[in-house]
Design a protein around this ligand. Structure first.
Ligand code: SF4
Length: 458
């Protein structure tokens, strides 16, 4: 393929742009182009990502066993108590269920689960085949709620009805059914805040919770990291919603603003710059000079404590080039700044579900010549990683094999990782991991191998 050419097929050309060369708005937030081998996950997966960290809920997948295995305990969300969420339950639909319908099987599954585990809450996820055969999830869940006296909530997440973003919205709809107080019940607001779009991967919620506690702010509940049925029921008592993963939870923030009058702000605790800025902006909303003073002290103390380590890694990584392909826009924006803190230039950046305003911020942040792409595929990723000579790809489980096959370093910044990358502690972990992978001695064998291959070819 010619250097500098756009490898995208005609239908994708507006979703792939190079800063300085093309001036159009990046096309995003649309369905994937059929046949393009999108890196996006399906609707069911999007919904499961958002709801899965609710620790005392049963997550029942109504569909073939394959859909359930896709999310069986591969997420790194931690719990401070209940661990029912770590199981994956499935109705295991078979051919005869597809022909005669799966509603009776679903009812039996709910009855069995209630008898065995006594959960306060069950989510029932619809999958592709359930959307095709038309099982009435709403009716089955309503009857099960009545029979067992617990909340059984359907999640309308048939895989083919849209993109991963549609799954986020399905999860937000399910959450609102949980958060909405019963008719006549008034929940008084207090001085606590909710933390939306935070899934407690490797305990990241607890890191940020401690910072906020030190400056005098308590988290009411996180949506949904380490949350429980009872705490989610009281979500409407917070005075502010802070939203980290906006792609997945801005819809709930908007609904809570409209329904309960709770204002919201977007934040990010990825990287030193965004962590400090987010803490400042949250503290400012409390109009308390003493709290602002404590916040500045905390920022200064934490930043100073990690400065020598960050300086060490920066000295080793200066001048390297990174490619980013992650789920949401907020993470891509923070990563660009975080790579800058390490002296690394971002040469390619894309997301699965970024929003227009996020792509505008990304465009402002990167240098001329940087490739920006929405909802990409392996072929485009490979082309631009090679052309821009990236040393490192940061992505998720689906991008890892591509990076290793291409012989470049890789960082996992997705839900399955087991180490925290948030806050000041996470910034050091990230720098250490980037250093370990980019400067690994293994890459010298790659050049030996490549040279060998070249010699063998006529
Ligand atoms: S819901 Fe559909 S697309 Fe998603 S895992 Fe199941 S079969 Fe695959």
């Amino acid at each position: 393929m010619e250097k500098g050419s756009n490898p995208a097929i005609e239908e994708r050309k507006d979703s792939v742009q190079t800063k300085g060369e093309t001036k159009m708005q990046l096309k995003c937030n649309t369905d994937s182009v059929a046949g393009c081998v999108s890196q996006r996950a399906c609707v069911y997966c999007g919904a499961r990502v958002v709801l899965n960290p609710i620790t005392d809920a049963i997550h029942l997948v109504h569909g073939p066993i394959g859909c359930a295995s896709y999310t069986w305990d591969i997420r790194g969300s931690l719990t401070s108590g209940a661990d029912l969420f770590r199981f994956s339950f499935s109705t295991d639909l078979q051919e005869m269920d597809v022909i005669f319908g799966g509603e009776k099987k679903l009812t039996r599954a709910i009855d069995d689960l209630v008898e065995k585990y006594h959960p306060p809450l069950i989510f029932v996820y619809s999958t592709c085949i359930v959307g095709v055969i038309g099982d009435d999830l709403e009716a089955v869940c309503k009857e099960a709620s009545r029979k067992h006296g617990i909340q059984v909530i359907p999640v309308q997440s048939s895989g083919f009805i849209g993109s991963k973003s549609a799954g986020y919205k399905a999860a937000c709809d399910a959450l609102m059914r949980l958060i909405e107080p019963p008719p006549g019940e008034i929940i008084e607001q207090d001085k606590t805040i909710n933390y939306l779009g935070e899934f407690n991967l490797a305990g990241e919620l607890w890191i940020i919770q401690n910072y906020l506690k030190e400056i005098g702010i308590d988290i009411n509940v996180a949506l949904t990291g380490d949350s429980r049925f009872e705490t989610l029921k009281l979500a409407s008592k917070a005075c502010l919603n802070i939203v980290q993963c906006a792609g997945s939870m801005i819809y709930t923030a908007e609904q809570m603003k409209e329904r309960f009058g709770i204002p919201y702000m977007t934040v990010s605790f990825i990287g030193i710059e965004d962590t400090s800025e987010s803490l400042r902006r949250i503290a400012q909303t409390f109009l308390d000079p003493e709290m602002m003073h404590r916040t500045e002290e905390l920022i200064q103390e934490k930043t100073a404590a990690i400065a020598p380590e960050i300086a060490f890694y920066r000295s080793k990584l200066q001048g390297k080039k990174a490619a980013i392909y992650v789920g949401g826009g907020f993470k891509a924006i923070s990563l660009i700044k975080q790579f800058r803190e390490l002296g690394i230039e971002v040469v390619m950046v894309g997301t699965q579900t970024g929003r227009q305003e996020e792509y505008e911020t990304i465009t402002d942040l990167v240098k001329e010549g940087t490739v920006i792409m929405d909802d990409t595929n392996p072929s485009e990723l490979e082309k631009f990683i090679l052309e821009k000579e990236a040393d490192l790809l940061v992505g998720g489980v689906k991008e890892r094999p591509l990076a290793y096959k291409m012989g470049i370093a890789f960082i996992d910044h997705n839900h399955d990782r087991k180490h925290p990358l948030s806050g000041y502690a996470g910034a050091v972990n990230f720098a250490e991991e980037v250093y370990a992978t980019v400067c690994s001695p293994v890459w010298k064998y790659r050049s030996i191998m490549t040279a060998g291959e070249k010699e063998e070819k006529p």
